[in-house]
Design a protein around this ligand. Structure first.
Ligand SMILES: Cc1cc2nc3c(=O)[nH]c(=O)nc-3n(C[C@H](O)[C@H](O)[C@H](O)COP(=O)(O)OP(=O)(O)OC[C@H]3O[C@@H](n4cnc5c(N)ncnc54)[C@H](O)[C@@H]3O)c2cc1C
Length: 592
């Protein structure tokens, strides 16, 4: 039996699509299935009433702080000042990219047989379906893709947008002016350089999520129940032979407060936990699986002593630089002050055209040696002689090698609007003028945090401590990467369209100390957290083994990005789908 917590995460839906497991419900509760159908209809109604909003949803962040957002709050940072079907794939920025071969192989090298580039690559291809851009689009914007490097029959559509903003077009030219590689084939194991990136959307510019790609096509299956408004509150754990525990089912609570129990009935039945990086460790801990030092103070019986649960949290870290476009160039900011333009673009979007089809389209991934001078590279070596406190020896050693072996360390992308710290426009924004922001992302940070319960209730969000930029190296490196970001705007290509004065953080920031202060003042999460149920040997603080089975359990697996022990130099949704695909193969016994 497979019981998915929400039947909505990318990974869980990938499993459901590829397997045919029965969900059995307790016989005393015959209304559970009809209630699920009812809740699903409610949800559909909600979304059709939100159609207008879905247009503005194109920028990917309009969902933030709405009623479908979990509203997670991190603990105060020492070093830095919804729920919806589809999980994060329904709210993310749609960017569809992958990392280089070496980074997936590194996951295997940490002690995880079968987890390597070959396995991830095959699984990512299985999830995706490339829409080759039309000759007109290629002519107009220069989009390039090597079809043989992508899947063509998977559930998730990946496409180029119908529109590429002027800033993005210039970023390609600026990168080439700076001597960076133009990468014609970033999807087959080498993502270094500047390239045209795909998005998880249809050719009409409509988001394709794990709901639309994986779940909708199987909704009619008789053996599937989607409880879209139910909250999984606990796994029921019983002791089995040989000191191992078994999961007998999942407790679920409905909005009216009623609690029901979805039970594992068949011999060999399983529970697959796909609650994501925040909720998977919370549910494990509430169910008695985790570090006794976390569980015991909450009065929770320790069923399995597993200190890796909730540990090893890692996320990309971002800072943004903002520049004003010269007139008459416009960015998405203009949709906020030019009603005619907004109406035109909304009309165009109805036929899958225009600005609103755009999510992202150009990515620049650079290794350390491109953005650091030889003297700075030597300084980096010196700084890396001491391991930062929170990362494991093994991971530190892998990342140190990566820093000097040419694997990308920083991503430069543009947001086509004023983004000072993602959501705020600050008081630097001039009325009726358009801006573009550059997000500078450190893709292999060394700081590690954690997600742990601090009460015994599912209703209290766990403590989320990303511990951003705790490592001095992370602070130093992100500051260097941000300072380098300014160079793009000093190229002839960018000078054609941007005002010379930097809007944020401003040209008064020049020294390394000032850049580090800027990093501490304005660092943002990358929204790519991983690691809180890491795939690692148990002795190395692992939570799941190479078959994704939680250590010490007979029938409990985790399938979401919390199992990734290390980040890649790529946005994480393709990895989430790949983990789901691989979990399906493992369950069916066909994974190598
Ligand atoms: C704002 C934002 C922007 C992003 N942009 C990009 C991008 O552009 N490109 C990219 O590649 N990646 C992006 N990502 C990251 C990517 O979307 C995620 O890494 C990926 O979707 C994670 O998938 P998952 O299956 O591990 O978890 P999730 O998608 O988080 O799924 C977990 C699911 O479990 C449900 N759940 C949790 N607890 C319970 C419970 N107790 N009961 C019932 N249900 C529960 C949640 O509601 C959710 O549906 C972004 C993420 C965010 C938040």
């Amino acid at each position: 039996t497979i019981i998915d917590l929400k039947t909505s995460s990318a990974s869980a839906q990938a499993i459901l699509q590829s397997t045919n497991f029965e969900l059995s419900l307790e016989e005393e509760q015959p209304d559970l299935r009809s209630r699920a159908v009812y809740l699903r209809m409610q949800e559909r109604r909600y979304w059709s009433s939100k159609r207008e909003d879905l247009v503005s949803e194109k920028n990917g962040f309009a969902f933030a702080k709405t009623d479908i957002d979990w509203l997670y709050v991190t603990t105060p940072q020492k070093h830095a000042s919804g729920r919806v079907l589809g999980g994060d794939s329904s709210v993310n920025g749609l960017v569809w990219v992958r990392g280089p071969k070496a980074e997936y192989d590194a996951i295997g090298s940490l002690g995880n047989p079968g987890w390597n580039w070959d396995a991830f690559y095959a699984a990512m291809r299985k999830a995706e379906s490339l829409n080759i851009p039309s000759p007109e689009l290629t002519r107009e914007f220069g989009f390039q893709v090597q079809p043989q490097s992508l899947g063509s029959t998977g559930p998730v559509d990946v496409s180029f947008p119908d529109f590429l903003p002027i800033g993005h077009q210039k970023l390609v030219e600026a990168s080439i002016e700076l001597g960076h590689t133009f990468n014609k084939d970033p999807y087959s194991g080498n993502n270094t350089g500047v390239f045209y990136s795909l998005s998880s959307e249809t050719t009409q510019g409509v988001r394709d999520s794990s709901e639309t790609g994986y779940l909708d096509p199987v909704m009619a299956r008789k053996n599937l129940v989607v409880l879209s408004n139910a909250l999984a509150t606990r796994l029921n754990i019983t002791n089995a032979k040989g000191g191992q525990v078994t999961t007998s089912g999942v407790q679920v609570r409905f909005p009216d407060g009623s609690i029901q129990f979805a039970k594992v009935e068949s011999l060999g039945g399983e529970v697959i936990l796909s609650g994501g990086v925040i909720r998977t460790p919370q549910l494990l801990e509430l169910s008695g699986i985790g570090d006794p030092r976390v569980l015991s103070p909450q009065g929770i019986d320790v069923k399995i002593d597993l200190p890796g649960v909730g540990a090893n949290f890692e996320d990309h870290t971002i800072v943004t630089l903002v520049y004003q476009l010269k007139e008459p160039f416009l960015s998405f900011d203009a949709l906020g002050y030019n009603e005619t333009l907004k109406a035109e673009q909304q009309e165009l979007f109805k036929s899958g055209k225009g600005w609103l089809t755009f999510a992202q389209g150009v990515v620049n991934m650079e290794p350390a040696h491109v953005i650091l001078t030889p003297a700075e590279q030597e300084e980096a070596r010196q700084r890396l002689q001491v391991k930062p406190p929170t990362i494991s020896e093994d991971e530190f050693s892998v990342i140190k090698d990566q820093i000097f072996s040419g694997v990308p360390m920083v991503e430069y992308i543009l947001f086509n609007s004023f983004q000072n710290g993602f959501f705020a426009s600050g008081n630097l924004k001039e009325a009726n003028r358009s801006y573009v922001s550059m997000a500078v992302t450190h893709v292999h940070p060394l700081s590690r945090g954690g997600v742990h319960i601090n009460t015994s209730s599912i209703d209290d969000h766990p403590n989320i401590d990303p511990n951003f930029i705790e490592s001095e190296f992370d602070r130093w490196f992100l500051a260097k990467a941000a300072a380098y970001g300014r160079k793009f705007f000093e190229t002839d290509a960018m000078r054609e369209i941007f005002e010379p004065q930097e809007t944020f953080p401003g040209t008064n920031i020049t020294t390394q100390a000032q850049w580090e202060q800027f990093v501490m003042d304005s660092v943002n999460p990358g929204y790519h957290p991983v690691g809180t149920a890491s795939l690692l040997p148990r002795a190395k603080n692992g939570v799941v083994d190479s078959k994704l089975k939680v250590y010490g359990t007979t029938n409990l697996r985790v399938a979401d990005v919390s199992v990734m022990p290390l980040l890649i130099s790529a946005h994480t949704q393709p990895a989430a789908y790949a983990i789901g695909e691989m979990a399906a193969s493992i369950i069916k016994g066909s994974h190598p």
